[in-house]
Every structure is written in C-alpha cells, then in structure tokens.
Design a protein around this ligand. Structure first.
Ligand SMILES: Nc1ncnc2c1ncn2[C@@H]1O[C@H](COP(=O)(O)OP(=O)(O)OP(=O)(O)O)[C@@H](O)[C@H]1O
Ligand SMILES: [Mg+2]
Length: 355
C-alpha cells in the first residue's frame, strides 16, 4: 500500500522539475498555484509569465511525468496559467503611441532600476563598452538621463562639455569610440533645483530630440533611479527596443525592480533581462564566494518575470575603482572575469538585437 497522497508529497515530487534554463525548481520559484487530490487523481495548476512557448510545454511535460511516477497516482493533470510579458508585437499593435524613433539609431535600450545605488550607471557604462566590442565593431552611445546626479562624465573621465551647432543640435562627446551624453551636461550647478514636474518632461523631450547621436547600432539610456514621472516620460518619449533592469539580490531592491518591470509593461516596452549586481564577493584571501546580499534573488525574479538573467556581477573593489578612475572595468581590464561577464551579457543583447 503506497502512503496516502498529500499536497506536501506532491510538492516534494514537483521539486524535481527544473525551470528550463535554470538550476532552480518550479516549486521554489513559487510557480505552483494549486494542488488538488481526488482519490488517485492529482490536479496541479502552475502560473507562468513567459513569451517563450517552449517553457510551458517543457514544464507541463516534465511535471506530468513526475506526477505520474508517484506511487498511488493513477492520473495527473497539469494546467498552466500563461500570461505573456508585454512584447514588441503588442507594442506594434498599440500603434500610434507618441514614441519617437531616434534618427540614425538602430536600437535604444534603457537601463533601469527601481532602487537607487544598485549599480545602474556602472552596469550601463560597462555594457556600452562591451556592446561596442574590443575592436569597436559596433557604434554605441551612452546617455545618462539623470539630470540630478549625472555620472557618465565621471565614469569615462571627462569634464568636457558638449558643443552645439548653430541650429541648436547638440554634439555628443567622443570618448573611447563611444558617443557620450548626459542630460546634466547642459545644466549649470544651480539649475537642477528649478527643474520640476512638467519642466523636466519638456526638457527631457527636447533634449533627446536635439542631440546629434549619429549613426548608432545601440544607444544605452541610463535612467535615473525610481519609477516616477521622469522615468515614465523617458520611456514614453523614445521608441525603446527593450529595457534592462538592474537589481541587487536583496528583497528591497527586488521589490523596486518589480516596480520598474511594471512600469515598462504599462508602456509596452519588452524587458530584455535582469542584471544582478553585487551578487557575491570573492574573497581575495581564500577565493571563497560570499553572498553578501543573499543569493538567488535575481534568478527568482527573472524567472517570475519570464526574462533571462543576463549577468551576475560580483561586488569587487576594481569595479568601483575603475569607474571612479574614468575607465569602466571592461575598458581597463577587458580580460578580467568580471569584464567577461559584461561581455557575455552584451553578446546576448547583440544576438537578440542584431544590427
Ligand atoms: N559590482 C560592484 N562592485 C563594487 N562597487 C560597485 C559595483 N557596482 C557599483 N559599484 C559602486 O557602487 C556605487 C553606486 O553605483 P552606481 O553609481 O553605478 O549606481 P546607480 O544605481 O547608478 O546609482 P544612482 O541610483 O545614484 O544612479 C558606485 O560607487 C559604484 O562604483
Ligand atoms: Mg546612476
């Protein structure tokens, strides 16, 4: 006689089903919404958010096989509640959105985070360098959209101010084969305080249209932290190819990352993936990894959103130092393990958005 069937026993067996592409199982990702047992019949409901049709198919097949292998189960039914992340197709359907394409730029990608200080600018700068490639085979621009605390100048070691043509077209700064721009470049030290509400909106719109970006394969927009009016204006003003969300593994950062994801969904911008920053620390003395801010958060959140985890970047002295010294680590130490992580993420983005 097999032991009586319980929901716990069913869940235990379902822990043997991995989310495709991840080392984690569907139970610990919190995807099981309901388990019902009716004599020797088991009914399981799983909620998924993904645009990839192979994922629900694989999970349904694997879960059914696992359930049917439980002693005492005669019949197993796995129902999947599928909700699609808002996609490019939907964006096209929405039609007539007042989003302008930036002349000459093939793909505009926003880098966002709900929470401040998680390393968004660091990730944006390193991804820009990595997307450009070691031989500068792609043309890349980086725009710091934070008028209150621009950091692109610092990160690339330049105090240079952009010039404008007589017609008022703003010329980006060329540095390391990148076109750099910062919304704060054009403001003097006293002006940010007076830029509020609608003025910020107007300034942002004017700014993005008035810069001569040139012919670019990718333009990275480093958004200010948060999900308020300024962020919303930017993501609505420009036709984005997609967005990357930066988070740390902590729950507080993840909650804000989720808010950022919701913001992009509202305006029908697809999320390309998540970058988990400050994921772990490798102790230089013993080589051990320490999960300073906890572990697994980014992976869980990516699965929940149905997007890929593009990179897990360690917390590392050289990442901060190289940024402060005006050369992101992908420039100063392109062969380092951390630079390689940025290069891999950039390759995934290049694959998804070929030029
Ligand atoms: N992986 C890392 N290892 C070590 N230091 C890091 C790492 N990522 C970022 N930092 C440092 O943390 C600080 C904050 O990073 P950064 O400015 O990129 O964050 P941010 O999210 O853009 O902040 P803000 O919200 O203010 O725009 C910087 O001093 C940066 O050098
Ligand atoms: Mg920043």
């Amino acid at each position: 006689m097999p032991p009586p069937l319980t929901s716990e026993a069913v869940l235990d067996h379902l822990r043997g089903v991995k989310y495709p592409g991840y080392s984690r199982d569907i139970v610990s990702f919190g995807l099981i919404k309901d388990v019902q047992i009716d004599g020797t019949r088991v009914l399981v409901r799983i909620a998924l958010t993904t645009a990839d049709a192979n994922i629900p198919k694989a999970i349904q097949e694997n879960a059914t096989a696992v359930l049917e292998s439980i002693p005492g189960v005669s019949e197993a039914e796995v129902n999947i509640d599928l909700s699609a992340p808002v996609s490019k197709a939907l964006q096209a359907d929405a039609g007539g959105l007042p989003q302008t394409k930036i002349e000459g730029v093939k793909h505009v990608i926003a880098v966002a985070s709900g929470k401040g200080g998680v390393g968004k600018s660091t990730v944006a700068a390193n991804l820009a360098v990595a997307l450009r490639g070691e031989k500068s085979d792609k043309k890349v621009g980086l725009c710091d959209c934070d008028i209150y605390g621009p950091s692109v100048g610092l990160m690339f070691g330049t105090h240079e101010r952009p010039s404008a043509t007589e017609e008022g077209r703003i010329q980006p700064i060329r540095r390391y084969d990148l076109n750099l721009m910062s919304m704060g470049f054009l403001l003097d030290d006293t002006s940010p305080a007076i830029l509020r509400g609608p003025m910020v909106t107007r300034y942002t719109q004017q700014f993005l249209r008035n810069v001569d970006w040139g012919e670019l394969d990718y333009l990275i927009l480093d958004l200010p932290p948060g999900t308020g009016d300024i962020q919303l204006t930017i993501v609505q003003t420009v036709a984005l190819s997609g967005a990357i969300i930066v988070t740390t593994p902590q729950e507080v950062a993840l909650i804000d990352a989720r808010k950022a994801a919701t913001m992009f969904e509202k305006v029908n911008v697809a999320i390309i993936g998540l970058v988990e920053n400050m994921s772990y620390f490798v102790c230089p003395n013993d080589g051990n990894r320490y999960a300073i801010f906890g572990s697994g958060g980014g992976e869980r959140e990516a699965a929940r959103l149905g997007v890929s985890l593009l990179a897990q970047i360690p917390i590392e002295m050289r990442v901060r130092e190289s940024g402060d010294q005006g050369q992101p680590i992908t420039l100063s130490e392109p062969a380092s393990p951390t630079a390689k992580l940025f290069q891999q993420a950039a390759q995934a983005i290049r694959n998804q958005f070929p030029t």
